[in-house]
Design a protein around this ligand. Structure first.
Ligand SMILES: Nc1nc2c(ncn2[C@@H]2O[C@H](COP(=O)(O)OP(=O)(O)OP(=O)(O)O)[C@@H](O)[C@H]2O)c(=O)[nH]1
Ligand SMILES: [Mg+2]
Length: 449
């Protein structure tokens, strides 16, 4: 959906900030391994509170903070000094000095929120020209941004000649429409952006069908807004779309297409049923985890399958399965799967059920995590959340791999070991580590029998 232009589209990122909280408040244990990873890039340690996970979506309001009144007041104050570019300003240690066993300052993870959105934006081919933060407590139900923020954002967008505004949160159809009218620019939310990237990267027929299905389901309640896009493209004065009749026709067409795609996916599921039965009896292992964690790299080390490994988000969209024969004669099936991300759109998870079926039916789920990530704990929590949804209450043994150990300092290695003593700490780039991991799989297979 983003751009067919030759020039990259100029994007401004918009994220959410909670009111400043106690140092470490609400954080889950951990992140210890993220002590001193390579810096999170430009805009590094922001003095801003976390933008990240944990809190309910918009409308959910600041939980656990010292009363809504305080939150609102703080937000109003923040509004006056419109924090365009607030992320990326100085003030690293805002979270206070970490106490004993404390994870690194909260700010690290906060900036990781927009850093990830920036990566997603780049993956979708756009150029990030600005960042903007809205206080969670001051979200406006009808247009997401408060009045002051909306004006400040419009100004920033004008100044930076932005083509589109990317929201790290999901917007309701009404919010998106109102924002587009007010900002006179394309407004894309997180779900739309992720769907767009999946659509660009889908290569196999199956992945394409799954992505298209998710996109259409997302689109259906938003058709009115898209008509707005179209009429503007026409260069017309006024942005009124066609009449209701045309909209109804379109809705029906979209629904019909959704039905066709669902039937195709059902056929894929049946095909997989047959495959599944053929594979019955063999020990099945799936590598799962956050996007860019190193699943494909580890998979290739084990199986020499030559699956694409790339330093970009969502390199893998299809499940690849290979037989692995261990030196002791043990045979197992290992699968490399699509990566997850924070707030993975639920339409996508539903559509990718066929692809993720191998993971669902595994005897062992290997959770590969990138231990060099500042947002390690949050990424692991996102993966667990998707897995829990996928497994529908079935319990499948899990094994945690903390990858990219080569990027950790001695201190971080110790911290990582202490944090998750049961995990296998390794670097998928090192052959000897991969072999050690393979032995561990052999052990799991023997125990399974
Ligand atoms: N330094 C270091 N880099 C690694 C390691 N493992 C993987 N990488 C790099 O991390 C990037 C992502 O690796 P992939 O194997 O494609 O990650 P993935 O989990 O399959 O990612 P998706 O397919 O997007 O879900 C690549 O550039 C790899 O070379 C490691 O142990 N150390
Ligand atoms: Mg991969």
């Amino acid at each position: 959906m983003i751009s067919t232009h030759r020039e990259p589209e100029r994007a401004i990122l918009v994220g959410l900030a909670d009111p400043p909280s106690r140092p470490g408040a609400g954080r889950e244990r951990g992140g210890g391994a993220g002590g001193a990873p390579p810096g999170p890039g430009p805009g590094g340690a922001a003095g801003d509170p976390r933008l990240d996970r944990g809190a309910p979506e918009q409308g959910g309001r600041a939980r656990g903070h010292a009363g809504a009144a305080v939150g609102e007041a703080g937000a109003a104050a923040g509004e006056a000094g419109a924090e365009a570019g607030g992320v990326g300003t100085a003030g690293g240690g805002a979270g206070g000095a970490p106490g004993e066993g404390q994870p690194p300052p909260v700010s690290r993870e906060a900036s990781a929120g927009l850093e990830e959105l920036a990566l997603l934006a780049q993956t979708a081919g756009s150029l990030v020209v600005g960042r903007f933060v809205q206080k969670r407590a001051a979200i406006h139900p009808g247009r997401f941004l408060s009045t002051g923020k909306l004006a400040a954002l419009a100004e920033l967008a004008e100044r930076e000649r932005a083509d589109l505004i990317l929201f790290d949160e999901d917007l309701s159809p009404v919010q998106a429409r109102n924002l587009e009218r007010a900002l006179e620019r394309k407004v894309i939310d997180r779900t739309e952006l992720i769907l767009d990237i999946f659509a660009r990267r889908a290569r196999t027929r199956e992945a394409q069908v799954q992505v298209e299905l998710a996109q259409l389901q997302y689109l259906l309640p938003r058709l009115t807004r898209l008509w707005g896009h179209l009429s503007r493209l026409g260069g017309g004065i006024g942005t009124r779309g066609p009449g209701e009749t045309q909209l109804e026709v379109d809705r029906r067409r979209v629904r019909e297409r959704i039905d066709v795609l669902k039937r195709r996916l059902a056929a894929v599921e049946r095909e997989r049923d047959v495959q599944g039965r053929r594979r019955a009896g063999l020990f099945r292992v799936s590598l799962v985890g956050y996007t860019n964690a190193g699943k494909s790299t580890l998979f290739n080390q084990l199986t020499r399958a030559g699956v694409a490994e790339e330093d970009r988000l969502f390199a893998t969209l299809d499940t690849t399965t290979r037989r692995l024969v261990l030196p002791g004669g043990e045979v197992m099936l290992v699968s490399d799967t699509v990566g997850f991300i924070r707030k993975l759109p639920h339409h996508l998870v539903a559509s990718f059920r066929a692809t993720l079926r191998e993971a669902r039916e595994s005897d062992l789920l290997v959770h590969v995590a990138d231990a060099s990530q500042p947002a390690l704990a949050a990424q692991m929590a996102s993966v667990d959340e998707v897995l829990d949804g996928l497994l529908d209450g079935r319990s499948v043994p899990r094994l945690l791999v903390l990858n990219k150990a080569d990027r950790l300092s001695e201190g971080d290695l110790l911290a990582a070991r202490a944090w998750h003593p049961e995990a296998i700490l390794l670097s998928a780039l090192r052959r000897e580590d991969a072999l050690r991991f393979r032995d561990r799989l052999g052990l799991a297979a023997r125990e399974h029998r």
